[in-house]
Write a protein that binds this ligand. Structure first.
Ligand code: 13P
Length: 254
């Protein structure tokens, strides 16, 4: 089955509002007319509202990088899915490895966030991936399996119909060390098998699995050529409009 590619940019904690607007002005024409793949930008919370206005009517969807699981409440410093839905966000990245490892997010907490995002019909991008230590200990597949099984426990295929998974090996994030297309394909095929066990073949065949970790214009074509790699979640190389546009336009400009 041919799944529609999704190329997503995760800006992390980069860019002020003026920097966001300048980026979008340059980026929009570079990807105008792209219709056969989805494009998403996830700026920091402070830029979301301005970005939403600047992206209006374009082919670029807006994403958030995280959210709390409650609709509202005494949670100083947090942002709720209700707030994100209200300003026109479409996707929410959940369980990013920086959230898991720097901010102690567990699979159970991430599961609650998935549930909250679905309540507002936002699309969760659930990030999973092993550390270098886990890979070297031969635990990659068991880590991926438990992140999927615990992060998606209790949902039905219908609940998760728009779900996106992002496989991001922690050792490849921000290190310049990309997983080889073979390593990524092996992990993606395994995740698809687990999704089939959990939610059935149809669901698994429909669900997009993105690769993230040092994706660049130079390596995106090799990754995207693999059958189970349906897109990219791009950090560093999404911060410059020209490099991100090259990634979005993979396979078209060579
Ligand atoms: P880099 O592309 O900078 O390695 O980051 C990947 C990532 O964490 C995207 O979410």
């Amino acid at each position: 089955m041919k799944r529609r590619p999704l190329i997503a940019g995760n800006w992390k904690m980069y860019k002020t509002v003026p920097e966001t607007l300048a980026y979008i002005e340059t980026f929009k024409p570079l990807v105008a007319g792209v219709e056969d793949r989805d494009i998403m930008l996830a700026p920091p919370f402070t830029s979301l509202d301005a970005a939403e206005r600047a992206l209006e009517g374009s082919n670029i969807a807006l994403g958030a990088q995280n959210c709390h699981y409650a609709d509202e409440g005494a949670f100083t410093g947090e942002i709720s899915p209700r707030m994100l839905a209200d300003i026109g966000v479409t996707y929410v990245i959940l369980g990013h490895s920086e959230r898991r490892h720097l901010f102690g997010e567990s699979n159970e907490l991430i599961r609650k966030k998935v549930e909250s995002v679905l309540r507002y019909e936002l699309i969760p991008i659930l990030c999973i991936g092993e550390t270098l230590e886990e890979r070297e200990a031969g635990k990659t597949l068991s880590v991926l399996e438990s992140q999927l099984k615990e992060g998606l426990a209790g949902f039905s295929a219908e609940d998760l119909k728009n779900l996106v998974i992002a496989y991001e090996p922690v050792w490849a994030i921000g290190t310049g060390k990309t997983a080889t297309p073979e390593q990524a394909q092996e992990a993606h095929a395994f995740c698809r098998k687990i999704l089939a066990e959990m939610f059935g073949e149809d669901f698994s065949e429909r669900t997009r699995i993105l690769y993230g970790g040092s994706v660049k214009p130079e390596n995106v074509v090799g990754l995207m050529a693999r059958p189970d790699i349906d897109g990219a979640l791009v950090g560093g190389a999404s911060l410059k409009p020209d490099s991100f546009a090259k990634i979005v336009n993979f396979g078209r400009m060579e």
